[in-house]
Write a protein that binds this ligand. Structure first.
Ligand code: ADP
Ligand code: ASP
Ligand code: MG
Length: 289
């Protein structure tokens, strides 16, 4: 099986989700799709949290904007019957209910309870679209399977607790595609945690390690790993193939294209990581191995 990870840039609108479908529908084998929140939703939820924690009613307007964004993407994807709307509505209602409480348990804890919803909503819509397009996909709530400690906002994976659950839930029995969330997990007691900003790449690597995947592909808005950030160096050139060690050095020295923790779980199992462009999916990208 393979693990594909789609980040916020690749799923920021209906066109992006159709493009995701085009990419995954080329695959014939078993596939686990890890998705982050749409576009800048995580930033938007951080603003909701900030506003709510400081007691401003404005938080609700910010939340309604985020709701409107998700519903408009879903409506564009499902013009007649919106199969994801009731699930999205239920999930938003849960967050609204949560935010009605005046009890607050510290920034890091509240951060994870609120910000994690972005990944829940994105995966609901992506999975609904894949099914609507006749793919045999199933939505899995990664919380309850990827178990972490209670270091909220920067949770550590409990490998022993998680591996058996992950292997059992992603069994690929009668199913060849799963859609699940990056970035989030839960404590053994069931409280939601997050793995640190940009953590979805790391989730993809963890799941690939546990499931002994054949490869991981992270789909980005760049042709691959470049020798510099193209935002600052427009003529940066693509690296064809680099070692795990070189990739670790690049990410720890600030290459903000892959989460730094991503490489180790892959290196440990010798699983190659492909960095590829979701805009040119047939191009080779970069191989880290
Ligand atoms: P995701 O959509 O998965 O969250 P990111 O936006 O986090 O993806 O990562 C892709 C961005 O990383 C690119 O748009 C690029 O500007 C930036 N980047 C920084 N350093 C590099 C690098 N060395 N090679 C390629 N991209 C880089
Ligand atoms: N959605 C989260 C973030 O924006 C995780 C990720 O994108 O990898 O940080
Ligand atoms: Mg990112």
């Amino acid at each position: 099986m393979k693990v594909f990870k789609f980040g916020g840039a690749s799923v920021r609108d209906a066109t992006g989700i159709r493009n995701l479908y085009n990419i995954v529908s080329q695959e014939t084998g078993n596939l686990l799709i890890v998705v982050s929140a749409f576009g800048k939703t995580t930033n938007a939820l951080e603003m909701v949290l900030k506003s709510w924690l400081s007691g401003q009613e404005e938080y609700n307007d910010l939340l309604q904007d985020t709701y409107g964004y998700h519903i408009s993407v879903a409506e564009e994807l499902f013009p007649s019957s919106n199969s994801s709307k009731s699930k999205i509505d239920n999930s938003f209602a849960k967050l609204e209910e949560y935010l009605k409480s005046s009890e607050k348990c510290g920034y890091d804890f509240e951060y994870d309870q609120v910000v994690s919803f972005g990944e829940i909503w994105s995966t609901i819509i992506v999975e609904a679209f894949l099914r609507h397009s006749s793919l045999n996909a199933e939505w899995i709530d990664i919380r309850g399977n990827l178990i972490t400690d209670d270091r909220f906002r920067d949770a550590n994976i409990l490998w022993n607790e998680s591996t058996a659950r992950v292997r059992s839930v992603f069994s690929f029995k009668g199913r060849n595609i799963y859609v699940t969330q990056g970035f989030i997990g839960s404590t053994i007691a069931g409280q939601t945690t997050t793995l640190g900003r940009e953590g979805s790449d790391y989730t993809a690597a963890i799941l690939a390690n546990m499931l002994e995947a054949e490869k991981v592909v992270v789909w980005k808005d760049v042709p691959g790993l470049l020798n510099a950030d193209p935002r600052w160096m427009p003529d940066a050139s693509k690296l064809e193939e680099i070692s795990y060690r070189e990739a670790v050095e690049m990410t720890f020295s600030g290459a903000k294209v892959i989460h730094p923790k991503t490489i180790k779980p892959l290196h440990n199992k010798n699983i190659p990581l492909y960095v590829k462009s979701f805009l040119s999916p047939f191009e080779r990208g970069t191989i880290i191995k």
